[in-house]
Design a protein around this ligand. Structure first.
Ligand SMILES: [Mn+2]
Length: 497
C-alpha cells in the first residue's frame, strides 16, 4: 500500500485487476468515504454531484467494480486493517466519512484515524443517538444518524403533503367559482399587507378565469398606503360605493371574520379566508390561517410559488412591500417563511418604487406646516418649541417635530398646532436624561390627554379650556403661551418672555 498511484480513470474492464483496485491516489481527493453500502453510496452520489473529489473505500471487490463502472473513484480496502488506514496522507484530505453499518468497526476506525491525525475532519454514522456520543468520544467531529435523518425527512414530506393538499383545496374552491364574480375584502383602512394580499388573490383568481374586485371599508389615509395605491395603480373599490349584490362569492384577506377589524355587512357569507392573525372557529369553504408567519403577503407569495405563477413586477413589489412594512423592516415578528418569501420575490421587485412608497411626496399642507413650524421656532437650548398654527393635517405636526429635531444643538422638540377644535402636540427627544412621555403627561395631563415614550410622545388639549375666544390672534397667543409655559416648567426650564 505504499506505492501510491493516481487512479482516476477506471479504464476498460480488462485493465482492472486487484492491484489497481487497491491503489490510492495521492493529492487527488478532498474526501475519503469509508463504507460504501446503500447509505454510503447515497452520500457518495450527492458529493460527486456537487463536484467534490471523493474516493470511496469498500471491502467488497464487486461493489468497488460496480462503482468504477459508474465513473466513481473507488478502491478496495479493509478499513479494519490499521496499515491500510495508515496509508492515507491525512494532511491532504479534508474529510473522512466513516459510514459502515458496523458501529464497533466505525468506532475503532475513528479512534485509529484520530491517533494518526488530530486535524482531519471525521464525519461518522451511528445507528442511533445512543451511540452518537461514543463516536464523538472516539474522535468524530460530526455524527449522522440515518434513522433520525429519515424521521426528519418523513416530517418534511408530511409538511409538503399538507401544503399540496391545501393548494389543491384552494384550487378546487376557486374552480367552483368559475361563473361567479368574486369580491375580495380587506380589513378597514387597508395597509400594504392587506392590499398586496388582495392583489395576489385577484391575480390568482384571474389566472383561473375568475373576475374579482378588491373592496374595502374605511379610509386609505396614511400617506404610505395612499402612495402604494397610487404608485402601483391598485384598483380598489370603496365598500360604501359598490352594490355588493353584483358578487356571488366573497373572500377576506388579512382579517379572519366579518366584524373583525372590518365593516363588511353581516349578511355576507365568506367563501375564502386567508390571514395570519390568530383566530378560532373561522368559517368558510376555504380557510388558511397561519399564525407562524409575519404577514398575509407571505402566505400569498407561497401560493404564487405553489401554483407556478411568476409575479408581475407590480405584484412582486406590492407583496415585498407588504411583508416589509407588516414586519416593520423584518424587525417585528418576522419568521423564516417571511424571509424565504421575500427572497423569492426579490428578483422581481422594483426597488425604486419601494423607495418612493417609503418616502412619499410631502403634501403642500405638510410643507406649509413645516414652513410655519420652522419660522415660529423658539429655542431654549437644547429645547425647541414651535406653534404651527391652525392646520388640517395633524400628521404634519409629527413630521415637523421629526424635522426640527435634526437642528444642530437641539435634543428636545415640541411642535403643536390646532386641528379643528383640538390642540395637537407632538414631541421628540434624544436627550437620554429626559423621558418626553412623562414630561408631556406632567405638563398637560390635567388639561387634556398626553403621553408616550422616552423618545417620542404626543398629546391633545381641547380648545374649550381656552374659553369662548374666537379671535384667532388672541387665541393663538393664549395657546402658545400656555403650552410653552407648561412644557418648559415640566422640563425645569425658565421661559423668557
Ligand atoms: Mn397583516
Amino acid at each position: 500500500m505504499t506505492e501510491l498511484q493516481i487512479e482516476s480513470d477506471s479504464g476498460s474492464e480488462s485493465d482492472i485487476d486487484d492491484k489497481e483496485d487497491t491503489e490510492i491516489g495521492e493529492n487527488d481527493f478532498d474526501y475519503v468515504l469509508m463504507g460504501c453500502g446503500s447509505f454510503g453510496f447515497s452520500v457518495l452520489k450527492e458529493l460527486q454531484k456537487r463536484g467534490k473529489r471523493v474516493l470511496a473505500v469498500d471491502s467488497s471487490k464487486e461493489r468497488v467494480e460496480v462503482l468504477k463502472d459508474q465513473d466513481y473513484n473507488a478502491v478496495i480496502g479493509d478499513i479494519s486493517d490499521e496499515d491500510f488506514l495508515l496509508s492515507f496522507d491525512y494532511n491532504k484530505i479534508n474529510v473522512v466519512f466513516v459510514l459502515t453499518p458496523n458501529h464497533e468497526l466505525n468506532k475503532r476506525v475513528i479512534t485509529k484515524i484520530r491517533s494518526i491525525s488530530r486535524s482531519v475532519f471525521i464525519i461518522a454514522r451511528a445507528p442511533s443517538s445512543k451511540e452518537k456520543e461514543e463516536l464523538e468520544f472516539a474522535g468524530a467531529d460530526a455524527v449522522i444518524t440515518p434513522s433520525i435523518a429519515m424521521t426528519k425527512m418523513a416530517v418534511e414530506t408530511l409538511n409538503r403533503l399538507e401544503t399540496l393538499r391545501r393548494v389543491r383545496n384552494f384550487k378546487e374552491v376557486l374552480n367552483s367559482m368559475k361563473d361567479s364574480r368574486l369580491a375580495i375584502f380587506t380589513h378597514d383602512n387597508p395597509d400594504p399587507d392587506a392590499l398586496s394580499s388582495a392583489m395576489a388573490l385577484k391575480e390568482i383568481a384571474k389566472n383561473m378565469g375568475i373576475e374579482a374586485d378588491i373592496i374595502y371599508f374605511g379610509e386609505i389615509s396614511h400617506q404610505e398606503n395612499k402612495a402604494m395605491v397610487n404608485l402601483l395603480n391598485i384598483e380598489v373599490i370603496k365598500g360604501d360605493e359598490v352594490d355588493l349584490s353584483k358578487y356571488q362569492k366573497f373572500a377576506l384577506v388579512d382579517s379572519s371574520a366579518i366584524g373583525v377589524n372590518n365593516s363588511i355587512p353581516k349578511s355576507i357569507t365568506l367563501n375564502i379566508v386567508i390571514d395570519h392573525h390568530p383566530a378560532e372557529n373561522v368559517k368558510a369553504e376555504f380557510v388558511d390561517i397561519r399564525e407562524n408567519v409575519g404577514s398575509t403577503a407571505t402566505i400569498m407569495t407561497n401560493y404564487m410559488v405553489e401554483l407556478n405563477m411568476v409575479p408581475s413586477r407590480i405584484l412582486a413589489t406590492a407583496l415585498f412591500f407588504g411583508i416589509k412594512s407588516e414586519t416593520d423592516e423584518f424587525k417585528r415578528n418576522a419568521r423564516t417563511q417571511d424571509f424565504l418569501a421575500s427572497a423569492t420575490l426579490y428578483p422581481y421587485v422594483d426597488h425604486d418604487l419601494i423607495e418612493k412608497m417609503e418616502g412619499p411626496a410631502i403634501s403642500y399642507e405638510t410643507l406649509d406646516v413645516l414652513g410655519t413650524a420652522i419660522k415660529n421656532r423658539e429655542v431654549y437650548p437644547p429645547v425647541l418649541i414651535s406653534f404651527a398654527g391652525f392646520i388640517n393635517e395633524k400628521d404634519a405636526i409629527t413630521q415637523a417635530a421629526d424635522y426640527l429635531l435634526k437642528l444642530e444643538g437641539i435634543s428636545t422638540v415640541l411642535v403643536f398646532g390646532v386641528v379643528k377644535d383640538v390642540v395637537h402636540l407632538s414631541a421628540r427627544n434624544i436627550d437620554v436624561r429626559i423621558n418626553i412621555g412623562d414630561i408631556l403627561r406632567r405638563a398637560f395631563g390635567d388639561v387634556g390627554s398626553a403621553g408616550g415614550h422616552a423618545h417620542s410622545a404626543g398629546g391633545q388639549i381641547p380648545l374649550g379650556i381656552f374659553g369662548e375666544i374666537t379671535e384667532k390672534d388672541v387665541l393663538s397667543r393664549l395657546i402658545k403661551e400656555a403650552v410653552k409655559k407648561r412644557f418648559l416648567n415640566a422640563l425645569g426650564i425658565e421661559g423668557s418672555e
